[in-house]
Design a protein around this ligand. Structure first.
Ligand SMILES: [Fe+2]
Ligand SMILES: [Fe+2]
Length: 354
C-alpha cells in the first residue's frame, strides 16, 4: 500500500522509547504520526487535513494526560468519532472505557495485541463510516423525492384552483423572504431566529406549497364560483384546512417527521388568527405553529395584491397597510413588523412572478 492511501494512526506518549516501540509495530501497515503529549496531539488533530483512523493514547503524561486529552477530543465535533485506544500501565482499564475509549492495551505492549486491536478498530471505523454515508445518501434520496412530490401536488392544486398562476411559488418566496430576514445577521428577532433554526426553515418553505392541498376536496361549484361565497358555501370552503390535514397525514405517514409536521401544521392552521378568531380550531397566539403564522402572512399578502374573479387587486401600499392593521389581531405582530421591513422585497417578488 502506498503512503498516501494507507490509514494513519496517531501515537501519543511522552516516553520516547514507547513511541518508537509502537511505531516499529505499526509502521509496516500504517502511516504513524506521533505526539509527545496531549497538547501536541490536539494541535496535530486540529491542523491535519486527513484525520487518523485510530489514536493510541498514553494515560500518564506530564503535559495534558490521557483522560484530559480524551475529554478534549470528545468535545470536538470533528474529532469525537475517532476511536481512541488507551495504553495503560495502571489498572485503569474500566476508567478508560468509561471515559469513552473504545479499547485499551496494557503496557508493555504486546506487538500482536497492538496490531489486532488497531486493525479491529480501523475495520469498525470504516464500517461505521460506510453506514453513515449510506444513511446520508438515502436521506438525500428520500428528501429529493419528497421535494418532487410536494411540487407535483402544489401544481395540481394550482391548476384546479384556477388561482393566479404562480401563487404557490410566490407564497413560498414570501415565506422565504420573511424567514431570511428573521434569521439574517443583524436580525432583531433573535427568539424567532432561534425557533426557526430548530424547525428547519428549508422544509418550512417547501411545505408552504401544500397550504391549500385540502382544496382538492372542495366541490367545483364552490371552489370555482365566480363571486363571493354565501355563508353555507364558506363553511364548506373552510373545511379545506381539516381536509388538508387528513391528506397530508395519509400522504406522508411513512415519511420524515419534520416534513409531516410542517405540511400538516401549515395546511391545518394557515387560516388561524393570532386573536383566536380564525378557523378551523380558533387557536390563538403562539399556539399557532410558527410555520403556519408565516404562511398566513405570505398567503394573505398574495391574495391581496392579486386580482381574483371576485375582487380587484389592492396596491402594494394598501396590502401592507391592511396586514399591519391586522397586527396582533389577524397576524403575529412580530411577522407583520418583519413584513414591513422587507415590503420592497415582497413587491419585487410579486412583480417577478406575475
Ligand atoms: Fe387556504
Ligand atoms: Fe393560498
Amino acid at each position: 500500500m502506498d503512503n498516501t492511501t494507507r490509514p494513519s494512526v496517531l501515537v501519543v506518549d511522552d516516553e520516547e522509547i514507547n513511541v518508537m516501540l509502537l511505531e516499529g509495530i505499526l509502521e509496516d501497515e500504517y502511516t504513524v504520526i506521533t505526539a509527545n503529549d496531549g497538547t501536541e496531539a490536539l494541535d496535530i488533530l486540529w491542523h491535519s487535513k486527513v484525520l487518523p483512523k485510530v489514536i493510541l493514547l498514553d494515560v500518564q503524561m506530564r503535559k495534558m494526560g490521557g483522560f484530559e486529552t480524551l475529554k478534549n477530543i470528545k468535545a470536538d465535533d470533528s474529532l469525537k468519532r475517532i476511536p481512541v485506544i488507551f495504553i495503560t500501565a495502571d489498572k485503569e482499564e474500566s476508567k478508560a472505557l468509561a471515559a469513552g475509549a473504545v479499547d485499551y492495551i496494557s503496557k508493555p505492549p504486546n506487538p500482536d495485541v497492538v496490531r489486532l486491536r488497531v486493525k479491529n478498530q480501523i475495520e469498525l471505523k470504516n464500517y461505521s463510516d460506510h453506514l453513515e454515508e449510506l444513511v446520508l445518501e438515502k436521506t438525500a434520496e428520500i428528501m429529493g423525492s419528497m421535494d418532487v412530490m410536494l411540487q407535483a401536488m402544489a401544481n395540481i392544486i394550482e391548476y384546479r384552483n384556477l388561482e393566479s398562476g404562480s401563487h404557490v411559488k410566490r407564497v413560498q418566496l414570501y415565506s422565504e423572504a420573511l424567514i431570511d430576514q428573521i434569521m439574517g445577521r443583524s436580525s432583531k428577532y433573535v427568539e424567532y431566529a432561534y425557533q426557526l433554526e430548530i424547525l428547519d426553515p428549508d422544509i418550512i418553505i417547501k411545505s408552504v406549497a401544500l397550504h391549500d392541498v385540502g382544496k382538492i376536496g372542495i366541490p367545483d361549484k364552490i371552489l370555482l364560483k365566480p363571486g363571493k361565497l354565501d355563508p353555507d358555501e364558506f363553511e364548506i370552503m373552510k373545511t379545506h384546512t381539516t381536509l388538508g390535514k387528513k391528506i397530508v397525514e395519509s400522504m406522508l405517514r411513512n415519511h420524515d417527521g419534520i416534513y409531516l409536521q410542517h405540511c400538516r401544521d401549515i395546511a391545518y392552521c394557515h387560516h388561524e388568527r393570532f386573536d383566536g378568531k380564525g378557523y378551523p380550531c380558533g387557536v390563538s397566539g403562539y399556539d399557532i405553529p410558527l410555520a403556519a403564522r408565516i404562511a398566513s402572512v405570505a398567503d394573505v399578502y398574495d391574495a391581496l395584491v392579486c386580482a381574483r374573479v371576485y375582487k380587484a387587486a389592492f396596491s402594494y401600499e394598501d396590502a401592507i397597510k391592511i396586514i399591519t392593521d391586522g397586527s396582533g389581531s389577524q397576524f403575529d405582530p412580530v411577522l407583520t413588523k418583519v413584513l414591513f421591513d422587507i415590503q420592497d422585497e415582497f413587491m419585487a417578488i410579486s412583480e417577478a412572478y406575475k
